[in-house]
Write a protein of this length. Structure first.
Ligand code: TXA
Ligand code: MG
Length: 322
């Protein structure tokens, strides 16, 4: 007898093969998935997200042997990283072969590829005879979804299927790594920390550009944004004291003793124990939840700039850009 899960995967395979778009779970965030070789499907992904066509998509594969059919000139460091971190929250930007459609790469001669670590999506990818492109399943600029309900709220009725894989364990997008000569460069901070990467390939540069689009520097820096005004402050207690009467939600890294008991103030603690990993996995969920409270402002302090604190700070800064 087929299990519920295998029937869901079968349905997902059938829809994707017919050129439909579905939402899929990954360990980072949910994605809007389509066949990379189906131009119409890929166009509808861009349109559904409201994403500009100059912003390229990530190609998802299930096994490393696919890599050679999609890219050429794989640097030694890329192979080391793939061996160590795939499947996992790491995307490699490599020279593309002609088979990869220009629509996917926005005309660039490189393609971004990753092998996600989610059992449902890995199984799905194994059963497909094409790779899938999957940007995060949120309208352009909004907070990325970390559970099926978030996707439903964004795209209710517009998707034939949301493959429900529960809550994303990592909760922040993959780290994107490219190569400039032999040097590994981080193009987007993500769920895999700089420190972890450096253990494998030595020192890396961080060029965390606005959506990696040199043609439009700074244009896309506001991202991952709640609708409620969002502020980074030096000290949350001082802010509350200076803004009494405002309804304030505080996003806090760890439970601090300096807290103002006040009926106008609610707080959300990202990690009781001060774990960067736990804080990262709770970040988007907390922004989704706080955005629904109807407060006047959400405030937070930056985290220590190390490990995944660096990634969380990047997302906080983008959410706070106006
Ligand atoms: O964790 C993730 O990576 C999620 C899940 C669904 O896999 N996907 C994701 O996709 O975050 P998206 O489309 O939201 O972000 C893709 C990023 C964009 O910033 C894009 O500019 C960059 O990848 N990108 C794609 N191709 C690139 C390339 N050839 N060179 C540089 N950056 C590239
Ligand atoms: Mg995204």
């Amino acid at each position: 007898m087929k299990t519920l899960v295998s029937r869901e995967i079968e349905k997902a395979v059938s829809l994707l093969t017919k050129g439909e778009i579905i939402a899929i779970p990954t360990e980072t965030v949910y994605g809007l998935a389509g066949n990379i070789y189906d131009e119409e499907a890929i166009r509808s992904i861009f349109l559904m997200k409201g994403r500009p066509f100059y912003n390229p998509l990530i190609v998802h594969i299930a096994d490393q042997s696919k890599l050679e059919s999609l890219v050429s000139n794989i640097p030694q460091k890329a192979l080391l990283l793939a061996d160590k971190f795939w499947p996992g929250p790491m995307t490699l930007v490599l020279k593309k072969k002609d088979v990869v459609p220009d629509l996917i790469t926005a005309g660039k001669d490189t393609v971004a590829i990753r092998m996600p670590e989610h059992p449902l999506t890995l199984e799905l990818l194994k059963q497909l005879d094409f790779p899938i492109a999957a940007p995060s399943a949120n309208p352009f600029g909004r907070i990325s979804p970390t559970k099926a309900e978030h996707v439903m709220e964004y795209f209710n009725g517009k998707l034939k299927m949301i493959l429900d894989g529960g809550v994303c364990s990592k909760g922040i997008e993959s780290t994107i790594i490219g190569f400039e000569g032999e040097q590994a460069v981080i193009y987007r901070l993500g769920s895999l920390s700089k420190e972890e990467i450096e253990k494998v390939v030595g020192s890396v540069d961080v060029k965390n550009k606005a959506e990696n689009n040199p043609a439009a520097p700074g244009m896309l820096s506001r991202h991952y944004a709640p609708k409620t005004p969002f502020l980074i402050v030096k000290n949350t207690v001082d802010y509350c004291l200076a803004n009494q009467g405002k309804q304030i939600a505080i996003l806090e890294f760890r439970a601090s003793d300096h807290y103002l008991e006040n009926e106008n103030v609610v707080r959300y603690i990202l990690s009781g124990t001060g774990s960067f990993q736990e804080a990262a996995s709770n970040l988007y969920k907390s922004l989704h939840d706080l955005d629904k409270l109807g407060v006047d402002v959400i405030i937070c302090e930056l985290l220590p700039d190390q490990d995944l604190g660096r990634t969380i700070n990047d997302r906080l800064r983008r959410a706070a850009k106006s």
